[in-house]
Write a protein that binds this ligand. Structure first.
Ligand SMILES: Nc1ncnc2c1ncn2[C@@H]1O[C@H](COP(=O)(O)OP(=O)(O)OP(=O)(O)O)[C@@H](O)[C@H]1O
Ligand SMILES: [Mg+2]
Length: 246
């Protein structure tokens, strides 16, 4: 099982949009588990499910198993562990290593080809649990000055977590989102990321497509949409690139 963590500490950088489309797209290639680790629960909504108030992925921190929160989604090959709304990460003194332990104890890797984790925009215990189990970290970023800074901050967070967890650095890929090739700031920002982190880490950009915002109302990721929308094509290309790299 390859575990892909979609992460950026900067809010509103299309983490959830990317996680639900990548997870749904990969479900055409194998069995996928989507963990909605952000208590906002937007990834759950994105795959046609409700947030849960009594059982969800965060219940693992309250002594429950991971698999008892699993539920079916819009795609037969895609299983969701939904967010547990109102889970307060700051109520707990030590949450370290819990996700890693659950994945091991429940042999989750025997049941899924891919695990995609949507993470919150904070450097908290939820993000740290996710980074601990990441094979791949996918960083979507809006190509603005602060977006570039956020990628650098995220890279430093990855190095720190690799040291803290005594593990190798996960493979990192950087995905420009809401990209407009006619906007100079966008082109310059992508160039800066390419120079700083290397061309091999950069994936082809996702353009602006309002359907990517509208998909959350229908609960069906655009990548499962039969119409050939721009957002669908862009995320399909992203998945093809990822499949070659991971
Ligand atoms: N390529 C795109 N084109 C148009 N709208 C987009 C695109 N990508 C994301 N959006 C919209 O931008 C907003 C932010 O996206 P999203 O919720 O995925 O970001 P996020 O990083 O998960 O946010 P948060 O930090 O709150 O978790 C959403 O309203 C989403 O529908
Ligand atoms: Mg989100």
């Amino acid at each position: 099982m390859k575990t892909i963590v979609v992460s950026n500490r900067k809010g509103g950088s299309a983490k959830t949009t990317t996680a639900v489309n990548i997870a749904s797209g990969l479900a055409k290639h194998g069995s996928v588990l989507l963990l909605d680790f952000d208590t906002q629960g937007h990834a759950s909504i994105g795959v046609g499910c409700d947030l849960n108030e009594s059982l969800g992925v965060h219940s693992i921190f309250e002594g429950k198993t991971l698999s008892e929160s699993f539920m079916p989604t819009v795609h037969e090959n895609l299983t969701l562990a939904p967010a547990l709304s109102f889970f307060d990460v700051y109520e707990y003194a030590n949450l370290s290593g819990v996700l890693k332990q659950r994945l091991q104890d429940e042999n989750i890797a025997d049941f899924f080809d891919y695990c995609v984790i949507d993470t919150p925009p904070t450097f908290d215990a939820l993000l740290k649990n996710s980074l601990e189990v990441a094979d791949v970290v996918l960083i979507p970023f809006v190509p603005h000055h602060l977006g570039v800074i956020a990628v650098g901050q995220m890279m430093r967070a990855l190095y720190k977590s690799a040291i803290d967890f005594h593990r190798e650095l996960a493979d990192v890929y950087i995905l420009p989102v809401m990209y407009n090739p006619h906007v100079n700031e966008h082109k310059e920002s992508v160039k800066k990321v390419k120079i700083s982190f290397g061309e091999s880490k950069l994936l082809s950009p996702i353009g602006i497509d309002i359907k990517l915002a509208q998909q959350f109302a229908s609960g069906s990721p655009i990548i499962l949409d039969e119409k050939r929308s721009k957002g669908m094509k862009d995320y399909n290309k992203c998945i093809q690139e990822l499949l070659v790299k991971i």
